[in-house]
Design a protein around this ligand. Structure first.
Ligand code: ADP
Length: 487
């Protein structure tokens, strides 16, 4: 429960808020405490000042002695929260007002004689500083006192005003109580609010998680709900959906590849089995019949080998595991060797084969075996799909910063609607036609896809430049490697 992101967010949120509230409460409480103390001190100072001026006035107007004037003014001192005590120079209590009404402690306000010894240091410091404050602790209560010296006639007195801090403390206690009640309530509400907020904002994530958990290889076409494309969660869902689309496409490709591959392998295997069963069905057959069956099985065996090799190459290419054997070579020489290799095959098919190359030597860096394979695939096709008496022309030369290899034949061409598909795996324009004739030579529709992959791995491309009833031209473009000498 606490591991859930909702709870963790809520805890963080509440924790931070608690810290802020506590800092705020402590700061406010300290400020209020100081302000209350300043108010008390100011009020004591005002009372003391008015008492001092009253004392002077009384002694002057009524021509009373200092002691009598002090008795007179303390008699008229009617505050129910503070007491005035007048000390003479010797620290003796000359006059004292009535005790404050406000209850303090259990045993009431202490008498002046009880309080007097506490004020001795206060009176001393007031004489030098003009006034002095102190807080004394008596009978479990705090009393704030101010001492102010005064001169009446030729005698010095000190007026002390003492006030219980009970009310000040009571006010602060109320503030404390308010905080103690308000802060937990605020935190509780914030915790609830935070939890609902976290729940609401994480709801799309939970939904995405539930939906994603249900997506597997069989339903890769399903997508996650995108609540709002512009927020983080929506963007995450979109990115995930794009990933699913890529996976779906690649799964579909793999599925098609597997289905097509097994389909292509099934036919030659069926032919081999069928031929061997026919050959074995009779106890004795003529040598010619055996030779014929063996020749058919041999052709299918070659065809199978070629398909398996092509599939293996494409599978390794798809997995990015094909080990390129890079070297620097003259690509015009390699193409020339390919032409020489198929010359007798072309002659067997009654085809004229011409090779035209540039004057300069064309240095290239890449996998020579793969380049040879690519050119041979194009030449194989040209021979396969050109009827006897036709012509095949191979040209190589420089085209700007590239090398251009063109294989042109005078075959029947490729129908316009099929041209866009011939580089797809297992695609054959006319499956029946490919299967007939030279069975061992006819491929599984992988020759051009392999050629395209080879060109791409060399940063080049292969394409069908032109194809009509007079023939087809396939063109390979490879980036020229300048300044590289052959190994
Ligand atoms: P295949 O192994 O069947 O030759 P490819 O991938 O090499 O497969 O070629 C795909 C299809 O493109 C062929 O089945 C064929 O129909 C068509 N094609 C390729 N080259 C030529 C060409 N030179 N002339 C006519 N059709 C061609």
């Amino acid at each position: 429960m606490l591991d859930s992101m909702r709870s963790q967010l809520t805890l963080w949120y509440t924790g931070v808020l608690a810290l802020v509230l506590i800092i705020f409460a402590v700061a406010t409480y300290t400020y209020l405490g100081r302000a209350a103390r300043q108010r008390t001190d100011q009020s004591l100072a005002d009372t003391a000042s008015s008492l001092v001026s009253n004392l002077n006035a009384e002694s002057n107007d009524e021509e009373l002695s200092g002691d009598d004037a002090a008795v007179e003014i303390t008699r008229g001192f009617n505050f129910n929260d503070r007491q005035a005590i007048v000390f003479d120079e010797g620290g003796r209590v000359v006059a004292v007002s009535t005790a404050p009404v406000s209850r303090i402690g259990k045993s009431g306000w202490p008498s002046a004689t009880e309080l007097a010894p506490n004020f001795v240091p206060l009176i001393g410091s007031s004489k030098s500083a003009g006034r002095a404050y102190t807080t004394i602790h008596d009978r479990g209560e705090d009393i704030r006192a101010l001492a102010m010296p005064v001169r009446v006639g030729d005698k010095s007195y000190t007026v002390v005003i003492a006030q219980s801090l009970h009310e000040e403390y009571e006010a602060l206690a109320q503030v404390r109580r308010a905080f103690l009640i308000a802060i937990p309530i605020a935190l509780g509400l914030a915790c609830l609010g935070g939890y609902f907020l976290a729940r609401k904002s994480l709801a799309p994530v939970v939904e995405m998680g539930d939906r994603a958990a249900r997506i597997g290889a069989s339903n890769l076409n399903e997508r996650l709900p995108v609540s709002n494309k512009r927020n983080e969660v929506g963007r995450l869902a979109q990115i995930f959906n794009e990933l699913l689309t890529r996976l779906d496409v690649s799964f579909e490709q793999q599925r098609r590849f597997m289905a097509d591959a097994s389909h292509e392998l099934r036919t030659p295997v069926a032919i081999v089995c069928g031929e061997s069963e026919v050959a074995l069905s009779q106890a004795v057959r003529s040598t010619d019949e055996y030779r014929e069956s063996l020749a058919i099985m041999h052709d299918e065996g070659r065809r199978l080998t070629r398909i398996v090799e092509d599939l293996f190459m494409l599978a390794r290419a798809d997995a990015g595991q094909f080990q390129m054997e890079s070297s620097t070579f003259y690509v015009d020489e390699t193409v020339g060797e390919c032409v020489r290799a198929v010359r007798s095959l072309a002659a067997q098919h009654g085809l004229e084969l011409r090779y035209q190359h540039a004057e300069e030597e064309l240095i290239f860096r890449g996998d020579e075996g793969l380049i040879r394979r690519m050119v041979l695939n194009l030449l194989d096709n040209a021979i396969k799909y050109t009827p006897a008496g036709g012509r095949i022309r191979v040209e190589i030369g420089r085209a700007g910063s590239n090398y251009r290899i063109a294989v042109t034949d005078s075959g029947a061409g490729i129908p316009a609607e099929a041209q866009a598909h011939i580089f797809e795996r297992f695609y054959r324009v006319d499956k029946a036609r490919s299967r007939n004739g030279d069975r061992a030579g006819s491929g599984a529709g992988l020759g051009l896809s392999i050629a395209a992959w080879i060109a791409e791995t060399h940063n080049g491309e292969v394409g069908l430049e032109a194809s009509d009833a007079k023939g087809s031209t396939f063109v390979v473009v490879l980036p020229a490697a300048s300044g590289i000498r052959p190994d």
